[in-house]
Ligand binder design. Structure first.
Ligand code: UDP
Length: 235
């Protein structure tokens, strides 16, 4: 394996399999892939998105107060965390969920040093509730968590896209995918596959990012093993 400790960002959209809520078959498949990597001896922490439930910006457009909508978004991520935890434990690995909004009945609070201890013991750590703060995205949180726990790479597992394109491949058939891209070019092109705050944080602390397609079975292990897939974003 190329990496000893990784932060894996899983988009919420993937968990829904294209619709609202959680598709247990999809989550089970992702969980099995994550469990394989953990069993292979790699320390894995996960940040789970919540786009399959609520996105603050979308609720705001439909009349909701942004702060409250963002809190709904963060709570949605926790449901994804519990689903992932369940299927990972069924796949035979130890897990802990830590949330940035305290909810002691379902998860530990976010305690970075404890998270590192779990990782050292071979447990999968799943971070939920984003940063606990509105106006952030789970992409940005994944960069922050990766830095705080000392992950060597941020693996951005996306749904429905193989990596970072120069235009939206769903609407533009001419769009072409970057194999490598610098943080500065990502920001200059205003690409939407991750938010600018996440990219600039990764740039400021030289955290490499790999964007890849979660829909392709085995891609998590490929990314962790150092096989060239998707788009690598670095200095
Ligand atoms: N969110 C937030 N603060 C955070 C992380 C997330 O307010 O630190 C909210 C925000 O409304 C966001 C929603 O939670 O739209 C779901 O997260 P995100 O859109 O990042 O999920 P993904 O697109 O990765 O599924």
């Amino acid at each position: 394996m190329a990496y000893k400790r990784v932060l894996l960002k899983l988009s919420g959209e993937a968990f829904g399999g294209g619709s609202v809520g959680v598709d247990p078959d999809v989550v089970a498949s992702i969980a099995n892939q994550v469990a394989d990597v953990v069993r292979g001896g790699v320390q894995v922490a996960v940040v789970v998105g919540g786009g399959n439930f609520f996105r603050g910006a979308e609720l705001q457009q439909r009349g909701m107060d942004r702060d409250r909508a963002d809190y709904m978004g963060m709570l949605g991520t926790v449901m994804n965390c519990l689903a992932l935890q369940d299927f990972c434990e069924k796949a035979g690995i130890d897990t802990r969920v830590q949330t940035a909004i305290t909810m002691g009945q379902v998860a530990e609070p976010y305690i970075p040093r404890k998270a590192e201890r779990h990782l050292e013991k071979g447990r999968l750590v799943i971070f939920g509730a984003g940063s606990g703060m509105p106006y952030f995205s789970t992409d940005t949180v994944s960069a922050q968590r990766a830095l705080e726990i000392g992950a060597e790479v941020l693996l951005m597992g996306k749904q429905g896209t193989d990596g970072v394109y120069d235009a939206d491949p769903r609407t533009n058939p001419q769009a072409s995918m970057f194999s490598e891209l610098s943080y500065d070019e990502f920001l200059a092109r205003d690409l939407k596959v991750a938010d600018a705050t996440a990219i600039s944080m990764a740039r400021d602390y030289a955290l490499p990012m790999i964007f890849f397609n979660l829909d392709t079975e085995g891609n998590i292990a490929r990314a962790v093993s150092g096989e060239k897939i998707g788009t690598t974003v670095h200095a």
